[in-house]
Design a protein. Structure first.
Length: 339
């Protein structure tokens, strides 16, 4: 049990609250999406360098005393780590957490869906860039679309909220944008289109200004085929601009992840699988909690370090990127960050 005596809501120097933690369970993944990592994969962390589930639980409990009420489990792919479901059960028992959700590619998820529903997992973000099996293989370098669709339908049947995350890639899946958005016509799902980002484990060339498919062009393309998209209300801190379409049960969302239009209301931290804290997706990592945990730091000392790191975080993603050391201008793989 945490030794912290009281709870508070932490704010950064720009007035943004800390409410939401994205927790990377592992850096490993069973797909090889070209926009996330090289074909040969990435050099994974040795097991002993990853946080244990006990260490993760301790950190989440500390963060609930700083205002965190929502945890999203990410990876890599969370379900490639053994004993994930028992960990979720322990997480769900922590006082102070109102919302546990997860992001998955869906390949291994379907058998666990009934248990996720029983444990109160409220929402699942399903990474899915195309409904075409051949293009799925070309993008992910794996032939796993049937398994992903099995997960998709299992989640709907279990009553778990489903959001599809599709990265928009010039010359790769533009023909899939409309078919994906059409899923919202008959199903109560949200399909979210995400600007492509440079987190592929190598160098990047495009700038937000030169990105072939930015958030504005994505919306124009969808409206040209589906009709007017009416802005919908979203909770504070949301990354997606959400829209309704006449005659559609679900919603369409657009995430300006590279243009970074939503930084002003960001309410989240990222905890990497090896215990690093990122206060912004674009920073180089600002705090090593694994060393503190294994060096004997108290809960209060960890809470104080987190408070300082969060308070001093960059005003937005552009500032965070400018502050990266020159030798880190090649961005990490998204698998090592936590998607």
């Amino acid at each position: 049990m945490s030794s912290l005596s009281s709870s508070t809501t932490l704010h950064d120097a720009h007035g943004r609250p800390l409410e939401y933690l994205r927790l990377a369970i592992t850096d490993r993944c069973n797909l090889r999406c070209f926009y996330c990592m090289p074909e040969e994969g990435i050099k994974y962390m040795p097991k002993h360098e990853l946080l244990s589930y006990e260490e993760m639980l301790r950190l989440v409990e500390i963060m609930t005393h700083l205002g965190v009420r929502k945890v999203r489990l990410t990876g890599g792919e969370p379900f490639v780590r053994r004993d994930l479901v028992p960990f979720i059960e322990r997480l769900a028992a922590l006082p102070g957490l109102d919302d546990i959700s997860l992001t998955t590619n869906g390949v291994l998820t379907a058998p666990h869906v009934p248990t996720l529903a029983r444990l109160g997992v409220k929402a699942v973000n399903l990474s899915l860039d195309t409904l075409d099996r051949q293009r799925f293989f070309e993008i992910t370098r794996r032939d796993e679309l049937p398994q992903v669709m099995q997960t998709f339908h299992a989640l709907l049947e279990a009553g778990i909220q489903v959001k599809i995350n599709a990265v928009v890639m010039d010359g790769r899946n533009i023909q899939d944008l409309v078919p994906l958005a059409e899923l919202t016509r008959e199903l109560p799902v949200e399909v979210r289109f995400i600007e492509e980002m440079p987190f592929n484990g190598g160098s990047h060339v495009a700038t937000p200004e030169s990105l072939p498919w930015n958030h504005r062009r994505i919306r124009q393309h969808l409206e040209a085929h589906l009709g007017p998209m009416l802005p919908a209300s979203t909770p504070t801190g949301a990354t997606a601009d959400e829209y309704t379409l006449a005659g559609h049960q679900g919603r369409v969302g657009i995430i300006a992840a590279y243009s970074r239009t939503f930084c002003g209301t960001c309410n989240r931290l990222r905890l990497t699988a090896e215990g690093g804290i990122k206060t912004c997706l674009y920073d180089q990592g600002v705090l090593d909690l694994r060393t503190m945990l294994r060096g004997g730091s108290t809960d209060q000392e960890i809470a104080d370090a987190l408070s300082q790191a969060f308070y001093h975080r960059a005003a937005n993603g552009f500032v965070a990127e400018r502050e990266r050391p020159t030798h880190q201008l090649n961005f990490e793989s998204m698998a090592t960050i936590g998607g």
